[in-house]
Design a protein around this ligand. Structure first.
Ligand SMILES: Cc1ncc(COP(=O)(O)O)c(C=O)c1O
Length: 393
């Protein structure tokens, strides 16, 4: 049996692999602390769970409309209208099995064999994989640590070619926590309009912002940006709903229509029960989101202070998401020469799991999640510090 090249070239998601590794070590009885995880450590808020339970007891257990429940699509359309003053209706929105599935369908709809898609680094692990699965070619654009990993619009323009079809932006960023300012998004919006490209904006972490940072979109340009912007969102992180698998895309009707046709042959629709729970998530009480944000803010302070005090480590200021992305290249020696080596060393010596920067296209860094209970987080940071003191002279 021969497996197609497209898939043999794809390695499994490095972040899921690190979570599995942590689970294996815990099963062996080791006291492992997982700072590699990319999900809130909170349970789904009660009101949302109850909406799921009600959906079951009221018999909402059949297929839903292919593109999602009208109630949910309307709630999403309204959200973008309110946020950016750009009108959307139901037909410009699709509900998907997580944000990951929305991105997958988008690249299937946009990318022909050999087309190029611009991806700033560091990137979320699945962006290049999904572009490649669609037959496309990722074109990486580096960002600078001294710019807090905020992408430069001119660098994006310079990377465009005749083959460029789309630009992926992820704000706030996983893994760097960078929040792209409105002015830069507007500049990139203009590039997309001039070059007839689509900007795929992944806003999975848009509710987790610190120190007064604000979230923006190319839609800040107004309705002129609407034909070139596909916004991707997710219930997973905002409402601690990773297992419910609900995400969405909002954008040009033609693109959403193609994604819906594809979905009709793949999943038919996302789970009916989860969609009813998501209606409550979007339209119900939001106090749980504020509580999570307060907890993340407190932990972020602890993480930044501790990381910056460690030998060989420097760390910028993540303004969003729930990750720090410290530069650890100052800890390298003749035995530990990459972030992969360091992540392995930290598991072996400190029983702490982190994700090496190489998984995000930037060796020399580690991704440290602060979606972890504060006492465990402090313990993990203490262990990392001790382990580093043993190798940094
Ligand atoms: C940047 C980013 N986009 C999308 C996703 C996908 O989330 P989900 O498929 O659970 O909605 C994740 C999950 O880690 C993410 O970090």
């Amino acid at each position: 049996m021969e497996i197609v090249d497209r898939l043999t070239q794809i390695s499994p998601s490095a972040t899921l692999a690190s979570a599995e590794k942590a689970a294996r070590l815990v099963a062996q009885g080791l006291d492992v602390i997982d700072l590699g995880q990319g999900l809130p450590d909170f349970s789904t808020p009660k009101n949302i769970c109850n909406a799921g339970i009600t959906a079951i007891s009221e018999g909402h257990t059949r297929y839903t409309a292919n593109s999602g429940l009208p109630e949910l699509r309307d709630a999403i359309a309204e959200r973008y209208g309110t946020l950016y003053g750009v009108e959307y209706d139901r037909s410009e929105t699709i509900i998907t099995c997580g944000g990951k599935h929305a991105l997958y369908s988008a690249f299937q709809a946009l990318v022909e064999d050999g087309d190029e898609v611009i991806i700033p680094t560091p990137y979320w692990v699945s962006f290049p994989a999904q572009v490649r699965i669609a037959g496309g070619q990722p074109v990486f654009v580096g960002t600078r640590e001294e710019d807090d990993f905020i992408v430069n619009a001119q660098d994006i323009d310079d990377a465009c070619s005749e083959k460029t079809k789309a630009i992926i932006l992820n704000t706030p960023s996983n893994p760097s926590g960078a929040v792209i300012p409105s002015s830069v998004l507007k500049d990139i919006g203009r590039i997309a309009i001039d070059r007839d490209l689509v900007i795929v904006v992944d806003e999975t972490y848009d509710q987790f912002l610190y120190e007064g940072a604000t979230h923006s979109s190319p839609l800040g340009l107004g309705s002129e940006a609407k034909p070139v912007t596909l916004s991707i969102g997710s219930c997973s992180k905002t409402w601690a709903m990773t297992g419910w698998r609900i995400g969405w895309a909002t954008g040009p009707r033609k693109l959403i229509g193609s994604m819906s046709r594809l979905q009709s042959h793949l999943t038919s629709n996302p789970t009916s029960i989860s969609q009813w729970a998501a209606v409550e998530a979007l339209t119900g009480d939001q106090s749980a989101v504020a509580d999570m944000l307060a907890a993340f803010s407190e932990r972020r302070e602890v993480v930044l202070k501790q990381l910056r005090s460690m030998p060989g480590v420097t760390c910028g200021q993540p303004m969003g998401s729930f990750y720090a992305f410290p530069n650890v290249s100052g800890t390298f020696n003749n035995r530990i020469t990459t972030s992969d080596d360091l992540a392995t060393y930290l598991i072996d010596e400190a029983q702490v799991v982190t994700v090496p920067g190489s998984a995000f296209g930037r060796d020399g860094f580690l991704r440290v999640s602060f979606a972890v209970e504060i006492n465990r987080l402090q313990e993990a940071l203490h262990r990392i510090s001790e382990a580093l003191s043993a190798i940094v002279v």
